[in-house]
Design a binder for this molecule. Structure first.
Ligand SMILES: CC(C)(COP(=O)(O)OP(=O)(O)OC[C@H]1O[C@@H](n2cnc3c(N)ncnc32)[C@H](O)[C@@H]1OP(=O)(O)O)[C@@H](O)C(=O)NCCC(=O)NCCS
Length: 186
């Protein structure tokens, strides 16, 4: 399936995306703040195949520009019984950073999660020093709440780093639309 938004198309992953994912994850600027798995093309192909086989709980998409350039990956790992999902995003092609793609992907995914999938709660663990995603969250109207700190949750740059656990409830996302408009030209 494919989801179209203003700046991106979110399409089902393909096995031949594996090479892109591997090269992105080799860059610490990308991998530092995410749970990166699959260091070889073969391992990535295996992960893609597994996700496609479990499409009811792994809603993972390749992110393409409107011109069809593959620039990133996003998704939900869904807990169906409890109607919640862990969310992740990365724009792997760094030359596209600050182009508004991350904003569009988050907004589109959260709309999709809450409205189409009927999720009740979407959450992420964000490294405390991940300034870009914190600012992006703010630009989206700061929906949800910081629910706590995960001590030394991430390991990168040779040390353990704390994470904040942040979650959005469906009502909070739907109500935050006016706040979003204030910060953007949406
Ligand atoms: C976080 C990430 C997805 C942002 O993607 P992006 O396409 O560059 O984001 P956008 O262009 O939509 O930026 C939206 C807002 O986020 C904030 N932002 C993005 N990059 C930033 C940076 N390097 N420094 C400070 N703020 C930043 C800004 O507020 C920006 O709005 P502005 O450009 O009007 O000032 C991207 O940097 C990335 O993939 N990082 C590595 C992986 C990662 O950290 N993922 C999140 C894990 S929880």
């Amino acid at each position: 399936m494919e989801i179209e938004s203003k700046k991106v198309n979110l399409r089902a992953m393909r096995l031949d995306d594996a090479g892109h994912f591997v090269s992105w994850l080799k860059d610490p600027d990308i991998s530092r703040f995410i749970n990166a798995h699959g260091e070889s093309v073969e391992a990535q192909r295996e992960l893609i195949a597994q996700a496609l086989n479990h499409h009811d709980t792994s809603k993972i998409f390749s992110v393409e520009t409107k011109d069809g350039a593959l620039i990133g990956k996003t998704g939900f790992f869904i807990d169906k019984k409890n109607s919640n999902a862990e969310f992740f995003i990365f724009i792997g092609e760094k030359k596209f950073w600050r182009g508004g793609y991350g904003y569009d992907v988050c907004k589109t995914m959260w709309d999709y999660g809450f409205k189409a999938l009927g999720l009740h709660r979407i959450y992420s663990d964000i490294a405390e020093d991940n300034v870009p995603i914190k600012n992006l969250w703010k630009k989206l109207g700061n929906p949800g709440k910081i629910e706590g700190k995960k001590r030394e949750h991430f390991f990168y740059d040779g040390a353990f780093h704390d994470a904040i656990h942040i979650a959005i409830l469906r009502d909070e996302w739907l109500k935050s639309a006016p706040e979003r408009k204030k910060h953007t030209s949406e």
